[in-house]
Design a protein around this ligand. Structure first.
Ligand SMILES: Cc1cc2nc3c(=O)[nH]c(=O)nc-3n(C[C@H](O)[C@H](O)[C@H](O)COP(=O)(O)OP(=O)(O)OC[C@H]3O[C@@H](n4cnc5c(N)ncnc54)[C@H](O)[C@@H]3O)c2cc1C
Length: 444
């Protein structure tokens, strides 16, 4: 079942020409559109389903610098700054609050990892610190759990996935961006090797620049154009509670071994299990298996692997199509994975056991989501060297909601050739082919 998401008016007519055509109306695509429109460029977002219908409305809503890998830190810091300005610029509510965020543990050995991470991040002045058990009891007065330590980041926060990308999309539209929903991009045409037009199910838009921000579908679309991108999806499940009492002070959410939660604007909680997920064996997965092996080994026990319907359908099948026929993007307008009922029940049970005030609070809704990941868990925000006019912003590996505004802004800077908001080198597409990919980091 899809979680609720605010609506965005759809433009029905495709323009004949645009400076930039963006594939995908998740938080990355709409943020790129917003910053391109602010720079005065004509831009069209083409979304096969609805704005934020996939990952961007299904995530936990955490906006973090803590836990981000070192190559992502400047982007994460820039994104926090942009989040802080968005509500004022848009005149709308994204739900962003700099609430502080924490993770907790019962395992003293984990504290050594955190200390190592804080040391490595010292230059970024993240203000993260380790809390002892007594401090935790003050900040989490409602818990009966015996956590021994916490990692607290006062500069991190939360935003509301049902609101944020739609608000940014509406803001882009007010600045002149065209947003076309229920319309899939099937591919693009080239002239002397460079992008010349984007082909959609409703017609063609002439352009010199296409930005692929298709989330979990990006690798499939690029493959159609002869471009390789190692990308894999991890299925995750989330639940939302009914309105419930506040159980924490000075933090918008908590990540624990048995559950993670974020307090929502509607007074309920979004709750899920950290570090768990399911990987389906798919043709695309087999193609890139060697690329993902180190990350799979690091993620370890939390991941289950199975063969399922994703082998034949969805973003990782090896479907082929022609631009004058129906593409797989039209077959699945909104990817709506079935949540894992057993995992949901276990997660809620552990949340209630740790916070007795949650006993009797009902589950209002559950949903699944497919997290698009890169082998080094760092996104690709990059021009494609061998395809002039083609840009990619994808593979945010479970971090793209928080990184979204700056990820979109960096993509916009690359397309226009402006001074980039941060150094784009860590996000190069070419790193997977020239031996400069990052070591996979899984901190917290
Ligand atoms: C359960 C879960 C929890 C998460 N928790 C967090 C969190 O707490 N914090 C955080 O920072 N991140 C989190 N993430 C990750 C975050 O949600 C994503 O990284 C982010 O939303 C990615 O945004 P996107 O725009 O790249 O992709 P998406 O939001 O998936 O959007 C891509 C869009 O492209 C469209 N599309 C694809 N192909 C085509 C095509 N050919 N034509 C037209 N449209 C197309 C799709 O329909 C889709 O709407 C979580 C993700 C999940 C699933």
């Amino acid at each position: 079942m899809s979680p609720p998401v605010d609506s965005v008016p759809s433009d029905e007519r495709l323009p004949e020409r645009a400076d930039v055509v963006i594939v995908g109306g998740g938080i990355i695509g709409v943020s790129a559109a917003y910053y391109l429109a602010r720079k005065g460029h004509s831009v069209v977002v083409v979304e096969k389903g609805r704005i934020a219908g996939e990952q961007s409305s299904r995530n936990w809503g955490w906006v973090r610098q803590q836990g981000r890998a070192l190559p992502e830190m400047p982007l994460a810091m820039a994104s926090t700054d942009l989040w802080g300005k968005l509500d004022g610029e848009l005149g709308e509510e994204t739900g962003f609050r700099r609430t502080g965020m924490m993770v907790v543990t019962r395992d003293p050995a984990e504290v050594a990892n955190w200390e190592d991470m804080l040391e490595q991040k010292r230059a970024f002045q993240t203000q993260g610190r380790i809390l002892n058990a007594a401090e935790l009891r003050t900040m989490l007065p409602g818990t009966t759990d015996q956590w021994v330590a916490g990692l607290y980041s006062p500069i991190d926060g939360v935003a509301e996935p049902s609101k944020a990308a739609p608000a940014i999309a509406r803001g882009a539209r007010r600045l002149g961006a065209v947003i076309v929903q229920n319309c899939a991009v099937r591919g693009w045409e080239t002239s002397a090797g460079a992008v010349s037009a984007v082909v959609t199910e409703r017609g063609t838009i002439r352009t010199d620049a296409v930005l692929c921000a298709g989330g979990a579908w990006t690798s499939m679309l690029l493959r159609h154009q002869g471009i390789s991108l190692p990308q894999a999806g991890v299925f995750a499940s989330v639940l939302r509670t009914q309105a419930a009492p506040q159980v924490s002070e000075g933090t918008g959410g908590v990540g624990s071994p048995g559950f993670s939660f974020r307090r929502r604007l509607d007074g309920g909680y979004s709750v899920a299990m950290r570090g768990t997920g399911r990987v389906d064996i798919t043709p695309q997965g087999i193609r890139y298996a060697a690329d993902f092996l180190p990350l799979l080994i690091k993620r370890g026990r939390g991941l289950s692997i199975r063969v399922g319907r994703s082998f034949f359908e969805g973003p990782e099948s090896l479907r082929k199509w022609r631009t004058d026929g129906i593409s797989p993007f039209e077959v699945t307008r909104v990817l709506d994975p079935v949540p894992d009922k057993k995992l949901i029940a276990k997660t809620m049970g552990q949340f209630q056991a740790a916070f007795p005030a949650m006993k009797g609070v009902g589950i209002a809704e559950t949903w699944g989501g497919l997290i698009d990941s890169m082998p080094d868990a760092v996104p690709v925000i990059s021009a494609i060297d061998k395809a002039p006019g083609c840009y990619v912003a994808t593979g945010f590996s479970g971090h793209g909601f928080g990184l979204g505004p700056a990820g979109g802004r960096l993509a916009a800077d690359l397309v226009t050739g402006d001074v980039p908001i941060v150094d784009p080198t860590p996000f190069r597409h070419g790193r997977f082919f020239d031996g400069t990919r990052h070591p996979a980091t899984v901190w917290v």
